[in-house]
Write a protein that binds this ligand. Structure first.
Ligand code: E4P
Length: 215
């Protein structure tokens, strides 16, 4: 399973990219708005310089035609840009039109397996089921990944990839891989947490103490 970073923060992307673990980046309007005053095109172009993999940029139009128009513009910014559209019938129209023009899409805000199936049939490159937000409703979000994975695997025509999104903690990353996700898109903090273990810290301290005390 590949790891993407779910942020529009350049410092976080630069740091995680230096670890050699990043295969792509996802952004959304909320994440871009957090980078106060940043110009959308400049942010996406800068990310594309730092990470050599799919970079999702989200359209804000609600109608398919508007999404296609935005998507066509995003696609001129960098060849790695993926156009993110919401999981609506207008979003499906945009996916279908953009796919016919050779532009890859990420269908976001997926909350049930039928949305994922229809997105794939329309020609989505990636779908983004929101595991954490499903968990928040008291339902097992990871079950959604299992269902979509099973459906996609049973249909040889479907090449769409599954991004496990709305990741909240390190266990979500492990469970996403076990459930069949192709990618987990993670907040920077969750990636940092994933690498921390008190026994690792204690082990380093002990090794250093023994090294200093050697005769
Ligand atoms: C995915 O592409 C989204 O940007 C993201 O995972 C949303 O997560 P949230 O529920 O933490 O906002």
């Amino acid at each position: 399973m590949q790891i993407y970073l779910d942020t529009a923060n350049i410092n976080e992307i630069r740091e995680a990219a230096s670890w050699g673990i990043l295969s792509g980046v996802t952004t959304n309007p909320t994440l871009v708005a957090r980078e106060k005053g940043a110009d959308f095109k400049s942010v996406i172009s800068e990310i594309a310089e730092l990470v050599d993999g799919p970079i999702s940029a989200e359209a804000v139009s609600l109608d398919g035609e508007g999404m296609v128009k935005e998507g066509l513009e995003f696609a001129t910014w960098h060849p790695n840009v993926i156009v993110k559209v919401p999981s609506t019938t207008e979003g499906l129209k945009a996916v279908y039109q953009l796919a016919r023009k050779g532009i890859r899409t990420n269908v976001t805000l997926i909350f049930n397996a039928s949305q994922a199936l229809l997105a794939a049939r329309a020609g989505a490159f990636i779908v983004s089921p929101f595991v954490g937000r499903v968990d928040d409703t008291g339902v097992d979000g990871m079950q959604l990944i299992r269902e979509i994975s099973q459906i996609y695997k049973s249909d040889p025509e479907i090449k769409t990839k599954i991004i496990s999104a709305s990741i909240r903690h390190p266990r979500h990353i492990i469970d996403s891989a076990l459930a069949g996700a192709d990618i987990a898109t993670c907040p920077f903090k969750v990636l940092q947490m994933s690498m921390r273990h008190p026994l690792t810290d204690r082990g380093i301290e002990q090794f250093l103490a023994d090294w200093k005390a050697r005769s």
